[in-house]
Design a protein around this ligand. Structure first.
Ligand code: ASP
Length: 311
């Protein structure tokens, strides 16, 4: 994986996914030490290039880089100045001149990390592009499920909510299917992409049917301004039909876990109670995000310098 870009889970195979998850499990140990730092990426520079706001993802890439002793630079230009192809390439060239060892990119437009990757020598890690992919979110979700359930093969995973606009859903669909889970999506018909079943998932407009026998229930964030009126009659109605609470969760397996990529709209996609307590594992997802991103930086941007030093 060294020197490769991480643009989407679609590009990875099962062996890649397993390797990343195993490495992340080893990285978790560093987070339990009193001094949470290893010299793995000393002398290397990681640029966080976030054109779109982010809390968890940007922070955890920064912590992950620092725990590996890399120098981490945060660069957050406004998205509007960089929607044109030419200005994106200018930014990429400017960055290239600073010789980073990895560039982590988030942009509201799908495909921008790929355009930057094509123009840069350094590996590019996609931290979320439009409604396309958010690979490190899916990887940390896979890690969380693996550690909760002891396996992914054969599990039944139900993704609930705005699948149409969700890069988290897309990346998770690829990831869970590649590792042998069954994936269902549940949403009002307007929020289910027309050809979703060609990816190998089953689509439901009945939450009850979608949850039947689920081991994992993943709620997606609702973007109120985009949904109200245009895709669903009202947020209140959406919440009554697809918002998860303990009563609706009874349709899933007794030991089902609940996930959410954050930020949670409390009382909309998850009840207040479920947002804060088991069986939701939201804070485990956030915690695992750091170790997972350490693994990604190590595997995609790590070894050439170490190898050169050894040689
Ligand atoms: N934080 C996730 C993302 O950036 C989920 C969300 O914002 O809805 O895609």
């Amino acid at each position: 994986m060294i020197g490769r870009d991480l643009l989407g889970i679609e590009d990875l195979d099962r062996a890649d996914l397993e390797r990343i998850l195993e490495t992340a499990e080893r990285m978790q140990e560093v987070g339990t030490r009193e001094v949470k730092k290893v010299p793995t990426l000393r002398g290397r520079t990681i640029v966080n290039l976030f054109f779109e706001p982010s809390t968890r993802t940007r922070t955890s890439f920064e912590i992950a880089g620092k725990r590996l002793s890399a120098d981490v630079v945060n660069f957050s230009p406004t998205s509007s100045s960089l929607t044109k192809d030419e200005s994106i390439l200018d930014t990429a060239r400017t960055l290239d001149a600073m010789a980073p060892d990895a560039v982590v990119v988030r942009h509201k437009v799908a495909g921008v990390p790929k355009r930057i990757a094509d123009a840069l020598a350094a590996p590019v890690i996609n931290a979320g592009d439009g409604a396309h992919e958010h690979p490190t979110q899916a990887l940390l979700d896979l890690l969380t499920v693996y550690q909760e359930k002891g396996r992914i093969d054969g599990l039944s995973v139900t993704i609930v909510g705005d699948v149409l606009h969700s890069r988290v859903a897309r990346s998770n669909i690829y990831g869970f299917l590649k590792l042998g889970a069954e994936v269902r999506v549940a949403a009002p018909p307007t929020l289910i992409p027309p050809a979703i079943e060609t990816l190998g998932v089953k689509a439901f407009t009945s939450l009850r049917e979608a949850l039947d026998g689920a081991d994992v229930v993943m709620a997606l964030r609702i973007q109120r301004e985009r949904l109200d009126g245009a895709y669903v009659p009202s947020i209140r109605e959406y919440s009554a039909t697809f918002g998860l609470d303990r009563t609706k969760l009874r349709f899933a397996k007794d030991d089902a876990i609940v996930m959410h990529p954050g930020p949670v709209n409390r009382g909309v996609e998850l009840s207040h109670d479920l947002a804060d307590h088991r069986p939701s594992v939201i804070l485990d997802q956030v915690r695992n995000g750091v170790a997972l991103r350490m693994a990604v930086l190590y595997l995609f941007a790590g070894r050439p310098v170490a190898a050169a030093q050894e040689g």
